[in-house]
Design a protein. Structure first.
Length: 222
């Protein structure tokens, strides 16, 4: 049986580089208890007042992790990416400590494959994902872009001309373009869920979902 992890469970973050610090900082803003670990005293001192707990330790040592009580955590993030050897060793230590959910940063597909094989539950490629997202955004057609693993994307954009000024069901947006308009935001108003009767204007923003290829073609209509 898969262990259910409380939604507010404390999180162990190992590595306080840009990715690890951003992760720990955001978790703290979400009122999650965080223990951040880094072997650099400078980074630990820098972040000690911004997150719940920050300690200096070498996470490559399983004994050091045990002394910190790492085995009590249900969720851990391995944010070390500059050293593949350290990343793999730390992840292996967390697996040996039987932490149920391990998220690990990878800098390449081969690195990620190793992390998966030794037991990381989730492998993250922040640099690659940021690059792919930027490539879609620099075209100027989209304002935000989130791509999922199964060739599916969710985007924020201005509505292409063919769907403006008429109800969405009349524009046949799903049949013609194979995308779904999920939400609409008019100037000065919050996002609302879209229905078949929703009419979008030139000044609205929309949230649309679909495959990457269909989203690109739909955005190109503008």
């Amino acid at each position: 049986m898969v262990e259910r992890i409380p939604h507010n469970a404390p999180v162990l973050v190992i590595g306080l580089g840009r990715f690890g610090a951003a992760t720990a900082g955001q978790l703290d803003r979400l009122d999650r208890e965080v223990l951040a670990v880094d072997e650099s005293l400078v980074l630990v001192q820098k972040w000690s007042e911004r997150i719940t707990h920050a300690v200096q330790a070498d996470a490559r040592s399983i004994d050091a992790l045990r002394q910190l009580g790492a085995q009590e955590f249900k969720i851990a993030v391995v944010a070390v990416g500059s050293s593949i050897e350290a990343s793999v060793l730390i992840t292996a230590n967390l697996v040996d400590l039987e932490i149920p959910q391990i998220w690990a940063k990878a800098i390449s597909k081969s690195h990620g494959k190793i992390l998966e094989r030794i037991g990381a539950n989730h492998v993250i490629y922040p640099e690659a994902e940021a690059g792919e997202r930027t490539a879609h955004l620099v075209t100027g057609r989209m304002l935000d872009y989130i791509q999922f693993d199964d060739d599916f994307a969710l985007v924020k954009m201005y509505p292409p001309k063919p769907i403006r000024g008429i109800p969405l069901d009349k524009s046949e947006v799903r049949r013609k373009y194979h995308i779904t308009v999920v939400g609409v935001k008019s100037p000065g108003k919050p996002f609302t869920y879209a229905t078949g009767q929703t009419v979008v204007s030139d000044h609205d923003l929309i949230i649309a979902s679909g495959t990457n290829a269909d989203i690109e073609r739909f955005a190109g209509l503008a």
